[in-house]
Design a protein around this ligand. Structure first.
Ligand code: SF4
Ligand code: SF4
Length: 174
């Protein structure tokens, strides 16, 4: 009869470490030929793409930024920053109705008004704070006069926030 109080439990055999590069089945820790073949197939698939572009460099889709800055093409709905288009005379269609200001959820727009020579209330300054804008597009949707759009700008890095406070209208009182 064995004395259970003094019996020693033999240590569990240590698992053999997998050889470098050998694919192991995570379920049982044994080398897996199926995983190895799958990984090898993926490797050759990737190399196939590389060789295809080497043979036909004209098909390369990588954009060489910033060398291609002048020829960059943006998708139609790209949201870079809010802009106010002006016509050839420097005029815009903003009526200072403040609907965009009210629609902005984080106060990124301030409409400052003034009076023209006919004492009519007109836009003085359209202040746009790009640093807090989330590009949600709500202001653009709220504008009934199509006076503001989303522009393609994207190089916005600055050393302080001040340069990101923009006046979108070129001329006061238009
Ligand atoms: S895009 Fe959104 S966050 Fe930016 S100014 Fe317009 S409403 Fe405000
Ligand atoms: S941009 Fe449009 S919504 Fe905003 S104040 Fe001007 S007219 Fe009104």
């Amino acid at each position: 009869m064995t004395d259970t109080a003094t019996a020693t439990v033999p240590p569990a055999p240590e698992a053999k470490p997998a050889l470098p590069g050998v694919q192991v089945d995570p379920a049982n820790g044994k080398p897996s030929l199926r995983r190895f073949l799958g990984d090898a197939a993926n490797l050759f698939k990737g190399m196939g793409v590389t060789f295809r572009y080497i043979r036909k460099p004209s098909r390369v889709v990588t954009r060489e930024y910033p060398e291609n800055r002048d020829t960059l093409k943006f998708p139609e709905r790209f949201r870079g920053q809010v802009i106010m288009p002006h016509d050839e005379n420097g005029d815009h269609t903003c009526t200072a109705c403040t609907l965009c200001e009210k629609a902005c959820p984080n106060g990124s727009i301030s409409i400052l008004t003034t009076k023209n020579i006919a004492s009519k209330r007109v836009l003085g300054a359209f202040v746009y704070r790009l640093s807090s804008c989330t590009l949600c597009n709500l202001c653009i949707e709220a504008c009934p006069f199509d006076a503001i759009h989303m522009g393609p700008g994207f190089e916005m890095a600055t050393y302080s926030r001040d340069p990101l406070d923009l006046i979108l209208n070129k001329k006061e009182g238009r």
